[in-house]
Design a protein. Structure first.
Length: 143
């Protein structure tokens, strides 16, 4: 998978410089490269990675996508769609809709858990810790 960005693709940036300019740790850049999110760079004669200027834009994209909750696999799919010359907008919109549905479901579950925990907390306030031995495990939860 390759990321094609219009503009300069002449290798001229080492991983340390790229890390400093992007705010992405070098270890993460290597991981994203291995995962196919960042195109493998050219190598110098001494074996150093030598990234093109467009890699900085890709790193910013990946960081933004992760901040929005997209997984590495989803980001790779988006990059793959773009690298084939297609616009990923419909795919991204579907991902956004799915993530929003998942978040709504999880928020509903968390509200139910919060209600249950508040009930347990109220029960705990009324129970005598000295009688804790009456319960097989924990009188707060058993109540």
């Amino acid at each position: 998978m390759h990321w094609n960005v219009k503009g300069s693709s002449v290798p001229d940036v080492r991983i340390g410089d790229l890390s400093e300019r992007s705010g992405v740790p070098a270890k993460t850049i290597r991981f994203w490269e291995q995962a196919g999110l960042v195109a493998a760079p050219a190598r110098t004669d001494s074996g150093y990675r030598d990234y093109g200027d467009d890699t900085l834009s890709v790193l910013r994209f990946v960081r933004s996508a992760q901040a929005a909750g997209f997984t590495v696999a989803e980001i790779a799919d988006i990059i793959d769609i773009r690298s084939r010359g297609d616009a990923p907008c419909e795919h991204v919109t579907a991902l956004i809709d799915r993530h929003l549905s998942d978040i709504d479901r999880r928020m509903k579950e968390l509200r139910l858990v919060r209600t249950q925990l508040r009930t347990l907390a109220a029960n705990a306030d009324t129970l005598d810790p000295a009688r804790c031995t009456d319960s097989p495990v924990c009188q707060i939860i058993d109540a």
